[in-house]
Design a protein around this ligand. Structure first.
Ligand code: C2E
Ligand code: CA
Ligand code: CA
Ligand code: CA
Length: 279
């Protein structure tokens, strides 16, 4: 029994495997979840590699599912994409992000940057521009503190539209980063086609920096390439001090990863900043 869509009765046969069962649990509740306030944005700190201060965070969605507990985005974003919920959910994420930035500003933490992920569907049509204009007009925050992360595969589904979207975002002062850089098929044409601010080196390259000489060369060359194009670099998935030291030595300015901190609720993130706020 495959889902027939929103609100339909589902028959759970005993033979249904666990994965299908979970998918139905997620699918059936997804639309309700937004109304019920079951989503939460976790924040993962991003640090400057020269002095390890926190310069901002990436917003990462979590779902408090009543039966399944805390569910990560890899399990529900694909379903949300297929069903179209990603559009209202993506709008909700942007709204939360702008509220967080406004709150930080009000508390004197107004220099922190917040990075938000955009899905492929959000890059279609008019994209999130109208929503962003509405949010930014009321919030009184510096648009440069908001960064949108777009993967190459999302942008390449409709390169011309994405190019215009990124241009419009940057015209508003919003920052744009390529997520998962190097994992797609057209990373170099992406650099040529799109106007960007930052490249995010994918965890798959960072992971084996110490053991795989090819990955070390690729990461070093990516940093150099980004810098010669005038782009900043943030490395993701940094888990060891050796990875951190390698990246710093190669001139990568920022990093994010379990070595520094895991994604956490906004209150926990803000608690990390308290000593800074009091200075
Ligand atoms: P991503 O944008 O590449 O996000 C980085 C993922 O790596 C996050 O997984 C993060 O928790 C994880 N991570 C960070 N540091 C480390 C590390 O040191 N080691 C390891 N092993 N993992 C690390 P998460 O939170 O499960 O998110 C998965 C993906 O879901 C994200 O990948 C992103 O593509 C998507 N996603 C998350 N939030 C949103 C959202 O609000 N909207 C959209 N469209 N997609 C989102
Ligand atoms: Ca991301
Ligand atoms: Ca990424
Ligand atoms: Ca990823």
């Amino acid at each position: 029994a495959k889902s027939q869509g929103r609100g339909n009765f589902q028959f759970f046969s005993a033979s249904m495997n666990a994965a299908t069962h979970e998918r139905l649990l997620l699918e059936n509740r997804l639309w309700l979840a937004l109304e019920q306030g079951e989503f939460e944005l976790y924040l993962q700190p991003q640090v400057a590699l020269d002095d390890l201060r926190i310069i901002g965070a990436e917003a990462l969605l979590r779902w408090h599912h009543p039966e399944l507990g805390l569910v990560g985005p890899d399990r529900f974003i694909p379903i949300a994409e297929e069903s179209g919920l990603i559009l209202p959910l993506g709008d909700w994420v942007l709204q939360q992000a702008v509220e967080l930035l406004a709150g930080w500003r009000a508390r004197g933490l107004g220099r922190l940057r917040l990075a938000v992920n955009l899905s492929a569907r959000q890059c279609h049509g008019a994209g999130p521009l109208a929503q962003l204009d509405r949010l930014l007009a009321g919030a009184g925050i510096d648009p440069a503190l908001l960064e949108l992360e777009i993967t190459e595969s999302a942008a390449m589904q409709d390169p011309e539209r994405s190019r215009l979207l990124l241009r419009e975002l940057r015209a508003r002062g919003i920052k744009v980063a390529i997520d998962d850089f190097g994992t797609g098929y057209s990373s170099l044409s992406y650099l040529k086609l799109f106007e960007l601010d930052r490249i995010k080196i994918d965890r798959s390259f960072v992971k084996d920096i110490e053991s795989d000489p090819n990955d070390a060369v690729i990461v070093e060359a990516t940093i150099a390439l980004a810098h010669s194009l005038g782009l900043a670099v943030v490395a993701e998935g940094v888990e060891t001090a050796a990875q951190r030291d390698f990246l710093r030595a190669k001139g990568c300015e920022e990093a994010q990863g379990y070595l520094f901190a895991r994604p956490m609720p906004a209150l926990a993130f803000e608690a990390l900043l308290q000593p800074l706020a009091k200075r």
